[in-house]
Each structure stands twice: as C-alpha cells, then as structure tokens.
Design a protein around this ligand. Structure first.
Ligand code: ATP
Length: 298
C-alpha cells in the first residue's frame, strides 16, 4: 500500500504540495488527476523517493520511501521526461535494468521487444518520443515491479500501443497484484481502467474515491408524471435537478434500490435510470466546483 500523509513541499516561497494525502491500495490502479501545475509530478517524485517532503510522511508497505533501496528494487517508474544513457541502445539498456532489478524477466523482455516492434540495435536517443516511451515501458514491465508509478504514460503513444500498454498493466494487476499509480490530465483516459481516482488541485487532494462505490452510489434518472405529487423526491439525496418540459432529470446520490423504491411509490408514467459518465459523477459530486476543477473534468 502507498500512503501519503499530510505532505507539504515548498519551492522557495511557492507551496507546491499542501497537506496532501493519498491512499493507494495494494493490487489496485489509482489515477491521479490534475491540471498543469497541480503538483502531480512533484508528488510522484516524492513517492519514488527522489525528493524529500518538507513535512509529512510517505510510506510503501509501511517503509519510508526516501532514498530507500529496498523500495526502489520493487518499483518501476516511468517519468514524464525520460532518461536514457545517450550512447545506449535498447539491448545495452536492458542489461543495465537486469543488473538493478532482481526479478528481471528476460523472456518477457524478448517477447515485448518483438511485440512492440522496437529495434535493439539503434541508439535510444535516436528513437521518436513515442518509441522512447514504449522502450521505457518494455524495460519497466520486464523488471516485474510490485509497484508501478507512471507520470503521464500515454502522452505521445498511438491508440494501438496505448491499448497494449493498458493490457499489460491490467493483467499484471490481476495476475500478480501489482499496484499502480498513474497520473494524467485526462479523466476520460483513466475511465474503465482505474479502481480509484484522486483529483488534486494546487497541491491538495480535492476528492479521492473508489470508482465502483462511486458508480453504484450516483445515478442519473428521468421521471415524468401524469399527476405529479407534491415533493416526490424529498427522501432522496439530490445532487442536481432540472426539468425538460414535463420530464424531470435528477442526479441522485443514494443506493439504486432506495431510488427505485422511492420513485416507483410516487407512480410515475416515465422512470429511467440512465448511464452516467465519470466526468458527470465528479462534477455533480463536487457541486460548486471552481473553474480549475471543471477544467480537469471536461
Ligand atoms: N524544482 C522546482 N522548483 C520550483 N518550482 C517547482 C519545481 N518543481 C515544480 N515546481 C512548481 O510546482 C508546481 C507543481 O509542478 P508539477 O510539475 O508537480 O505539476 P504537474 O501537476 O505535474 O503539472 P503538469 O501536468 O504540467 O506536468 C508548478 O507550479 C511548478 O512550477
């Protein structure tokens, strides 16, 4: 489990992280979402043990992460700005990774190099940005990390490669309980992949949620009556309500069973539960969210 507890970080007078808390469960995929400058890279550099917080604590499996060799051996990290030795090709880089990671899997490495169609002979510095990302992914996944930390991993990757990358990640989470933290500007990109989402703004956690729980608790419904009763929705927790002609559209935060029971008892002539996107859930849950949050979500 990754735990970030009340972490603060200042760069001179600028507060980059502000009492930040993050909880990533073992064997889960956690999406960290925020606009440019929200603090995603800064907290990732803390979690990967590269920088030390001014105050607060960051632990993985209960151990403090800063400069911790034991944790580094269990961790795969793909930063936004990749680094390879300038004269190395993929083969030489793989030997370097092999020397660092005790669970290096040569068979997987060879399979992935072929599958991604990467040259082992050309210098990595001459690869395109997307190919460098692919190379970093192959090297990281062949290291068989217990913890995988990805900073904007799919920027610059084409849709087919993206799909392949997510497939490897999801399989490793299911098969060997790998734990993943992935940052992105784009909530949509993470929908359908993450188990939990944390939204950060100005270095602070605005909202951290388990997605299954969130999706089972928030519903979009449309209702119409022939004779509308007085206050038919008074027993529901309504996040948003609007009327389109005679049809009421509601966003309700309650268990589905309760919603169905309350609405059916009021004898509507129309009652539908509609699909709700992750963006809609977040925006309605956040209620009076400011512009920065709206930018993250839409
Ligand atoms: N070493 C540094 N010195 C001074 N300021 C820094 C440093 N590192 C980060 N910052 C500032 O901290 C804030 C958070 O930066 P960070 O890179 O963590 O944001 P981010 O959420 O990753 O943004 P992006 O999505 O654009 O990559 C920014 O205002 C940035 O300018």
């Amino acid at each position: 489990m990754i735990k970030v507890i009340d972490v603060n970080k200042n760069f001179d007078q600028f507060k980059a992280l502000n009492d930040l808390n993050i909880n990533v469960n073992k064997g889960s995929i956690y999406g960290l979402v925020g606009t440019n400058g929200a603090g995603k890279t800064t907290i990732i550099k803390h979690i990967t043990g590269i920088i030390r917080p001014d105050s607060g604590q960051i632990t993985i499996d209960g151990e403090d992460v800063f400069d911790n060799k034991n944790i580094k051996q269990k961790m795969g990290f793909i930063p936004d700005d990749l680094f390879f030795f300038s004269t190395y090709n993929l083969k030489e880089m793989s030997k370097f990774y092999k020397s660092l990671y005790p669970h290096w899997n040569e068979e997987r490495y060879n399979h992935m190099v072929t599958q991604f169609g990467l040259s082992e002979r050309n210098k990595l510095a001459k690869f395109s940005k997307g190919m460098q990302k692919q190379a970093a992914f192959v090297l990281t996944m062949a290291s068989m990390p217990e913890y995988l930390i990805l900073d904007e991993p799919i920027d610059g990757l084409d849709p087919i490669v993206r799909k392949l990358v997510w497939k490897y990640i999801v399989e490793d989470v299911a098969e060997r309980e790998m734990t993943v933290l992935v940052s992105s500007h784009n909530l949509k990109e993470l929908e359908g992949i993450c188990d939990s989402i944390g939204i950060i703004s100005k270095g602070h956690m605005v909202m951290e949620r388990d997605l299954d729980e969130l999706k089972s608790d928030v519903h979009k419904i449309q209702i119409a009556y022939k004779n509308k009763p007085k206050n038919p929705y008074k027993h529901l927790n309504i996040l948003h309500q609007e009327s389109r002609g005679t049809v009421d559209l509601l966003i309700v935060k309650d268990k589905r069973q309760l919603v169905e029971q309350v609405i059916l008892e009021s004898n509507p002539v129309l009652f539908d539960i509609l699909p709700l996107s992750l963006e809609e859930i977040f925006i309605y849950e956040l209620g009076g969210a400011d512009n920065e949050i709206q930018n993250i979500i839409f």
